[in-house]
Design a protein around this ligand. Structure first.
Ligand SMILES: [Zn+2]
Length: 715
């Protein structure tokens, strides 16, 4: 899975005023010898980092990528098992205590997927899905390439009239309703983009649709953007985006075991119905080759502004009673079984604080070959591990425990990571960081998202890693960011301010760590034009042609990932920046208050939450000076710093989705990937529910008071 580029825009809208982190006074002058936050003297650690940085190798990373992408390796297949063994062997070679950890989880694989469309006269318009094919791709014809399907789709055989619903966002369905187009019993056709695909199906199901077709419009990742594969990086006519439509914004992981680990010995009686965690209706993904004849034949009103895609005809909505134009027949037979998946976990015990884990993770399963998503991340992580292994051989030991994780069945809904987190929830109370990568390399532009307390940490790490384009990763990040400034909203920091680190929504394995058990987390990647997401064309040939021909960005990501882990594992004082965190929360509350006023919820009292945020801010400033001075019982100081993040969890969880417990960040119920800040408050305001908003403001104030108190308790 991956964050969607359009979701990034949403995130800028939903997460106002990401504060520039220099407010915390943490950033060291760039050229000076490193004064690194969290270390009273960085001299010896900087030598360790230098030794580490010398090891990750571009050619080796490329070789690893080639091995990982040699065969399609969908979760729970024999080829997936082979990649688990390869990763485990690489971990062992580097000296990690390694195990392959199985879980038994409910997953579907397709037995039959068919789409046919007819015009009003009963003439056949199309049948599909058409096999993915372009001129000359060496990987596409492997019989193990799974037919296009949606993870977590319902099974069924349904026929209905087609209605076009743009991106299938809440506002798109509202727009259809405003035009008196009822989607009840119909087949809704949505284009990919703007939100998580599971949200499209969720909304269609809520409104009574009989089925959903999801297609990739060339405007969003095809020829409208640039040349299509094999001539360029964008989606070809036959390319299909597979993907899960599970309701991960309610509960990710095995849909039968919310909050419980699906270990092999978990009895079936402990499993519950997956209803509510995944759709019952059928959904099928299509290429635009297959979607075009349906869209072209639709009648009814022309589409509203912003709904027209890049196919060469005028789009219409369909769905008008006396103008039935297209009937669509969907057949989807999904083979749901409890299947075995395999996480690979490698550990290096910490010499001083063994119970404080620093976890680095990336998923391994792919819809097909997954060169970018996720194998670029795995290749990079294995080179990080290679570098750490070289340190181990020289007698070095981390002060905290290092854990490296290769997750399975992420594509089906963050399954491998969620089950592992649920199994280890207790010890993860002490884990100090989770560093994720997923779509690690699709091009040269570094990006990051993180909990606010780690945003400055990520920037500092990137100042220590060279970029293949010259200077440091940080320098290039700053450059690429000012080039893309024109696309930014007024909320974006100006060019003089810090590089932007996004907020964590969902769509990858940081979710269970951060939003379920409160482990401070970050997610990094290196991006470029990428139109083959979740298709057979995300393969080694596409990668070497378009993303990173010399594998130097794999090497860069290996260095950044490894350095995140090393620097966190060896720090004297945990380098969390709670001042930036507190300021961000204050701005979120301020923005929510303005929205409540705009929406006429005037009676809401924001004062207690604002006072609690101010208390948290004051505690953060005091803690910051203690972090700088770094004297006394550092173990106790670190414990308080770590427990502050957990204090922001609500024991009862968010309304309607108790598995999500973080009071400050969640994936939006109607965006799926993009973060919603102070989610329970903002979603109550969206719903114009002032009782719930008042209740959730109280929960937020309580969490902030708890966090302030925890931080103040530091010695
Ligand atoms: Zn992925």
């Amino acid at each position: 899975m991956v964050r969607n580029p359009l979701a990034f825009l949403l995130l800028l809208i939903l997460a106002p005023a990401a504060l520039p982190a220099q407010s915390a006074g943490l950033s060291a002058p760039q050229a000076a010898p490193p004064a690194v936050f969290g270390y009273s003297d960085f001299t010896s650690e900087s030598r360790i980092e230098e030794k580490f940085l010398a090891v990750p190798d571009a050619q080796l990373a490329g070789r690893r990528l080639k091995i990982l992408t040699a065969e399609p390796h969908l979760a729970a297949t024999p080829e997936d098992r082979k990649t688990a063994e390869y990763v485990a062997q690489s971990f062992r070679d580097a000296g990690l205590d390694t195990e392959i950890v199985p879980y038994r989880v409910l997953l579907n694989q397709p037995k039959a997927v068919r789409v046919e469309a007819f015009d009003a006269a009963g003439k056949l318009l199309m049948t599909g899905p058409t096999r993915e094919h372009v001129e000359g791709d060496p990987y596409q014809d492997d019989p193990r390439v799974v037919m296009p399907f949606n993870g977590s789709s319902g099974s069924g055989d349904v026929t209905g009239e087609a209605v076009y619903a743009n991106y299938g966002r809440l506002e798109d369905f509202d727009q259809l309703a405003a035009q008196h187009i009822d989607v009840h019993g119909k087949i809704v056709i949505c284009r990919y983009g703007a939100n998580f695909r599971g949200v499209k199906v969720y909304l269609a199901e809520q409104r009574g649709a009989a089925g959903v077709l999801l297609y990739s419009d060339p405007q969003d990742d095809g020829y409208f953007k640039g040349d299509a594969y094999p001539n360029g990086p964008w989606r070809p006519e036959a390319g299909v985006q597979r993907g899960s439509v599970g309701y991960i914004f309610k509960y990710p992981g095995d849909p039968e075991t919310p909050g419980v680990a699906s270990t092999l010995d978990l009895p079936d009686s402990a499993r519950t119905s997956p209803d509510g965690n995944q759709p019952r209706i059928v959904s099928i993904p299509l290429s635009y080759h297959d979607a075009a004849p349906i869209l072209q034949a639709l009648k009814g009103p022309g589409v509203p502004h912003g709904w027209q895609g890049a196919l060469p005809f005028r789009y219409h909505l369909g769905g008008v009673a006396d103008q039935v134009a297209v009937k669509v027949h969907l057949v989807s037979q999904q083979d749901y079984q409890r299947r075995i998946v395999w996480d690979v976990i490698g550990k290096i015990p910490g010499s001083e604080y063994p119970e404080e884990w620093v976890i680095t993770g990336n998923h391994r399963d792919a819809w097909v070959y997954g060169a970018v998503d996720p194998s670029s991340g795995t290749a990079a992580m294995l080179e990080s591990v290679h570098g750490i292994g070289a340190l181990l051989r020289q007698g070095w030991r981390p002060r905290r425990t290092l854990v490296f994780a290769s997750w399975d069945a992420e594509e089906e809904g963050l399954v491998g990571s969620t089950e592992w987190v649920e199994e280890h929830a207790k010890i993860l109370d002490r884990a100090v960081a989770y560093f994720n990568t997923d779509v690690a390399v699709s091009g040269p532009d570094f990006t990051a998202s993180a909990v606010p307390s780690l945003k400055q940490f990520i920037r500092e790490v990137t100042r220590s890693v060279p970029s293949p384009a010259g200077g440091t990763v940080y320098d290039q990040w700053k450059n690429s960011r000012s080039e893309s400034n024109e696309h930014r909203t007024s909320n974006a920091p100006s060019a003089a301010e810090e590089v932007h680190v996004g907020d964590l929504g969902s769509g990858s394995d940081f979710t269970p760590f951060f939003q379920h058990v409160g482990v401070p987390a970050a997610d990094i990647g290196s991006e470029g034009p990428y139109g083959v997401y979740h298709s057979a064309f995300d393969n080694f040939a596409w990668f070497t042609q378009n993303a990173d021909p010399k594998f130097v960005y794999l090497q860069e990501m290996a260095r950044v990932l490894g350095l995140e882990a090393l620097r966190m594992a060896d720090a004297d004082v945990l380098p969390y920046d709670y001042v930036t965190y507190a300021r961000a929360i204050e701005s979120y509350i301020e923005a929510a208050k303005r929205r409540a006023m705009d929406d006429g919820l005037n009676s809401l009292d924001f004062a207690p939450a604002q006072a609690a945020a101010a208390r948290f801010d004051a505690a953060a400033q005091k803690a910051h000076s203690r972090q700088i001075t770094a004297t006394g019982d550092l173990g106790k100081l670190n414990l308080a710093l770590r427990e502050t993040e957990s204090a922001l969890l609500s024991p009862a969880g968010l309304p309607n989705r108790p598995w999500y417990r973080h009071t400050i960040f969640a994936p939006g119920e109607f965006t799926g990937y993009a973060a919603v800040v102070i989610p329970s408050v903002n979603e109550a305001i969206d719903a114009r529910d002032s009782n719930r908003a008042a209740q959730q403001l109280a929960v937020l104030a309580e969490a902030l008071n708890r966090a302030a108190h925890t931080l103040d308790s530091a010695p």
